[in-house]
Design a protein around this ligand. Sequence first.
Ligand SMILES: *Cc1c(COP(=O)(O)O)cnc(C)c1O
Length: 815
Amino acid sequence: MSLHIQSVIPAMQSRFEGPHPDAVIDNISIDSRSLQNNAGTLFFALPGQNRDGHRFITELIEKGVINFVVAYIPEGAQGRANFFLVNNTLRALQDFAAYYRGLFSFPVIAVTGSSGKTIVKEWLNYLLSPDYNIIRSPKSYNSQVGVPLSVIGINEKHNLGIFEAGISTRSEMANLEHIIKPDIGVLTNIGPAHDEGFADRQEKALEKLKLFSRVKVLICRKAEYISQIINQVPKLYTWSYEDGADVQVKKEVLATAGKTTLTILASGKHFSAEIPFTDEPSTENAINCLMVMLYLGYDEATVKERLAGLYPVELRLQVKNGINGCTIIDDSYSSDYQSLKIALDFLEQHKTHPVKTVILSDIFQSGFETDELYARVARLLSGHNISRVIGIGETISRQLADFPNFQPYATTQEFLAHNPAGSFANETILVKGARSFRFDEIVVLLEEKTHETVLEINLDAIIHNLNFYKSRLKPETKVMVMVKAFGYGSGSYEIAKALSHQKIDYLGVAFADEGIALRNAGIQTPIIVMNPENSAFAAMAAYSLEPEIYSVRELRAFIAVAQQKNLSDYPIHIKLDTGMHRLGFEAHQLDELTGLLRNNNFVKVQSIFSHLSSSDVPEFREFTLGQIVKFEQWSQQLMQALEIYPMRHILNTSGIYNYPEAQYDMVRLGIGLYGIGNDRAEQAQLQNVGTLKTVILQIKDIPAGESIGYSRRYRVTEPVRIATLPVGYADGIPRGWGNEKGYVLINGRKAVITGTISMDMMMVNITGIDCREGDTAIIFGTVPSVTEIASIMDTIPYEILTGISQRVKRVFYKE
Ligand SMILES: *Cc1c(COP(=O)(O)O)cnc(C)c1O
């Protein structure tokens, strides 16, 4: 990219002022942390709940950025840089992208639909890349921000674009159409996702079709809703399993071989092709891709050969525990320049060790000449302070030979043959390679080996849930995130880390040890310890952990330590017992407390707080309001007697939801962050965070008359097919969930748990369910939800979540 700023001023309908009217732009940025920020950058100050871009402008000017698209000029910045003033900076980013896209005229494919967008895009890229130099959306960048960022990646070398577009509500698609300007449309399907943003499915279909208002052809499965709105659509090229479409496809599933044969009947064509999948969503996605190939005029032999090579797409960067204390970021399925940048930023945010290693294959499809490409890669790597780079492939080995601490290997096999496992310890390793390099084998080698049950934690969902609760609070209200009990079983350190860019004011843990572990992992956020033991006070002071003070005895002990260690104004948090009757000062103790704190310089009251016993129970509303009144009175009494103005806080998750008027200066968010709401309406706003998954170890057919499991609790009356799963009560599955009470989900179907749950295993009934050994079983997630299990087990979701054993591996991911 090389654009004179005078040409972009009108494109964004902006008003320009600034000292550098001749500046030239060679990249854009929306993130102040991005390492490309420099004199050639055009920075868009996007609004955001936590990171309003305008707040970072002065800092960026000091780093040498001179071009900013803004809604207003921040104080003190006037005259120090170029400003493009607009009404709406997101809109300006979109207009900029649309203008930039307009400078290129090669064909562009746009993909939308309720599901399958990213897979179809990735597959099309795989199927067409032997013949085109393709620019495509990285990962699933398909939103109002993601699409412009994808389009801005175009350069002179590309000759085909594949972009995906996603919408969640009305009128977004027209924006995306304007940016992508597609020639060929692919509509994957219209399903229930995002129904809430639309009046009905037809309205949603109409909205999606706006993406295709100017295409030459729209490729899709023949469906009722399309014919109903047919006059809105341009030329159609449709397929169907029935006749009546342009292409008829017959499918035959070969379950044991794990394949499906497609027989294709189109005008003048009749042939079969195999795809290596048996499930319907993959088949539908593959057929949509096949349609694009037919439309582009590919011959039968090429279509057959390439469809047979389709592969499962891993859509996300996964964080895994590695051997020897390493952390692995697994991006072993793609290698292109765009996604390398994303992966390096992700590495920076998720690194758990100062030492960062990158294992990288040859890079394909950058649109740059080889020398220029690797010069850029080298700049990216050194900009991210990568300690060691292992390059695998002929080209990268040659091109990065002079890079500091570079280790070249010609092939993945050569690298693996070196027995490399021992050379990794206590570092964060990004594994990123093109599919053909089979870097999944490297990941297997470097991954910590435990048993095959994992608790997957969706870090995006955590951020979504945080923002949902924040949206119900005043902007200035602070947030403490409770990560006690290993982050409610989800992993406290990783969650603290994922939230470190989200403006969290405090973290809450139960014991000093939990806080020390967070500090050792590099977390700098203030931490409050809810049940500090006197014996841990000295360690707490050493690690800057702030105690909850709930009794006179405890306060005296803490002051003694503070005195001995020569501390002054050490922050403490006074807990009042307004009705929970667990820990805390009662009314009659306030005078004594005041006496101890008055003129005491060793400690400083950082906050006064209390805890609601029943904020989730509507029938105790009066009681709860009574707790809040007591809290107001008692905290006032302390503040006046001591002439102090500390923060005050009383709300937990359901308190935030039900009593927002009592938010005071801070709230303490726990269970809601982990995706559990206390009623349907609240639940509907949250995203599922944890999914406990395992795999089928063995499948058996059991005849009538036999029994299953310990104590013959399940008697087989009709022949059943069962699957054994390597997860049991020692992993934290309640034993009562067995014996036909509970179920797991296998390939979207409910498989009832038969017989008693054993310590490390359980059996489920899979009669009539299409599945094989090695398939995934979901113990909980969206379905069954932790809430459902808890209510049937007569307990609360907290107990199920925190009960998942530490031997279950936690895998963290971002979409
Ligand atoms: C655990 C805890 C919270 C969080 O409660 P949730 O119901 O999970 O939101 C808040 N405050 C205190 C003192 C706690 O112990």
